[in-house]
Design a protein around this ligand. Structure first.
Ligand code: F6R
Length: 244
């Protein structure tokens, strides 16, 4: 695992977007799996900009959504679906056959998980994963206590995930008791993982992820085990690290 600290959110996002575009140039049939949320928002905007400016061929790209709030329709503006549709799929006019998101409205969420696991296997794994970190150290909706060998699953969300989510992403009250998510084994198997974080609110969890014990009680600590794992932060999120 390598830790890199950038001056601000802009330079962190520019760097993240440029890693993705470089990988896409090197491997046009790239399989990318990405989190939604406030951290990767600017990366998505810059990614679209760079792809267009540099006329990068993305016709063979496969996009996988890391997770989704169970029970939310894709039209809900706080859903991961809505985020990716407005930030990536529509701006890039991505062919629907190229993107795969959990159907959070399915009456068989386990079948959704199985479908996602099969897809990842069919694609011979994920080439690059871009994830954020939650206030309890979650990655995707892999909450504390999730096995490092988990595949896609339905997760019961902790109170902190529900309350932070409600406040950050939704204007109306919503039921956020469960999530559907790719697993930590997918992260371990990915060729490359970028964990991105910005802002002082993330400083304590970044310290724990990078310098704390590796434990399933703090999912983001799995980054320490990844041979090609990169933790990319701005100076505020790195403020509590011993070494920067
Ligand atoms: C969202 C996701 C979550 C977020 C995390 C940080 O798809 O997977 O694990 O990455 O909660 O969210 P932000 O970036 O909004 O601080």
């Amino acid at each position: 695992m390598t830790v890199s600290v950038f001056e601000n959110y802009q330079s962190l996002s520019e760097h993240t977007a440029s890693i993705i575009t470089t990988d896409l140039k090197n491997k046009p049939a790239l399989t990318i799996c990405m989190a939604s949320g406030s951290t990767p928002a600017l990366t998505c905007d810059l990614l679209v900009k760079k792809i267009k400016e540099d006329s990068i061929d993305y016709s063979a790209l496969t996009f996988i959504g890391l997770d989704e709030w169970a029970g939310l329709p894709p039209t809900n503006t706080g859903s991961c679906h809505y985020f990716f549709r407005t930030k990536l799929f529509e701006p890039l006019q991505l062919n629907p056959s190229q993107y795969h998101l959990f159907d959070a409205l399915s009456d068989n969420l386990q079948a959704e998980c199985d479908k996602m696991d099969r897809l990842i296997t069919d694609k011979s794994g994920i080439d690059i994963m871009i994830v954020g970190i939650g206030m309890n150290g979650h990655i995707g909706f892999n909450e504390p206590g999730t096995s490092f060998s988990s595949l896609s699953h339905v997760a019961i969300l902790e109170e902190i995930t529900r309350s932070v989510g409600q406040k950050k992403y939704f204007n109306e009250p919503v039921v956020l008791d469960k999530g559907i998510t790719t697993g930590l084994q997918h992260l371990m198997n990915a060729e490359k993982v970028l964990l991105i974080a910005n802002g002082g609110k993330k400083a304590a969890v970044i310290k724990q992820a990078v310098e704390g014990p590796v434990t399933e009680d703090f999912p983001a600590s799995i980054m320490q085990l990844h041979k090609n794992g990169f933790v990319l932060t701005d100076t505020e999120a790195a403020a509590l690290l011993n070494k920067q």
